[in-house]
Design a protein around this ligand. Structure first.
Ligand code: 5GP
Ligand code: ZN
Length: 139
């Protein structure tokens, strides 16, 4: 499953070069070309899934298992103190490449990486109703 016009499908197939950290039949992990910090890496499935809503569940499980190993290696190699794992879905959520990818961003105290959002104040009644409604969809 590939898309001819997809940048990350091309990187997955090696048609576009990347600084590759890890690769097997199903996944590729490579360094971001415009990193938020040194070692900023992306993990992709080689098959094309646009986003979390399309991603195959078994692939998701394997990808996150792989992420635990890569995160550990990245932390050891860069000496970072912490790490953000970020995954954007949809343009409104900041996704610019519409092939599922997980960002691993090494972090250090005092770095200038700008992530975060202004905190809202939850309506606790609405939270309770919403949680129940979503839970029903999971039955
Ligand atoms: P998104 O905004 O979709 O969550 O993240 C896309 C990421 O892909 C960005 O961090 C961007 O810097 C990275 N990126 C875009 N084009 C390329 C490329 O050609 N090579 C590599 N290595 N990274 C890319
Ligand atoms: Zn793709």
């Amino acid at each position: 499953m590939t898309k001819d016009d997809c940048l990350f499908c091309k990187i997955g197939k090696g048609e576009i070069p990347s600084a590759t950290i890890f690769e097997n039949d199903e996944f590729k992990c490579f360094l971001d070309v415009a990193p938020a910090s040194r070692g900023h890496a992306l993990i992709i499935p080689k098959n094309h899934y646009s986003n979390i809503f399309e991603l195959d569940k078994a692939v998701a499980g394997k990808l996150f298992t792989l992420a635990t190993d890569i995160a550990a290696a990245l932390k050891e190699e860069t000496g970072c103190e912490g790490m953000n794992l970020i995954q954007n879905n949809g343009e409104c959520a900041g996704q610019t490449v519409h092939h599922f990818h997980l960002h691993l961003i090494p972090r250090n105290s005092g770095d200038r990486v700008g992530l975060g959002w202004p905190q809202g104040k939850a309506d606790l009644d609405d939270n309770a109703k919403l949680a129940e409604a979503i839970n029903k969809r999971l039955q």
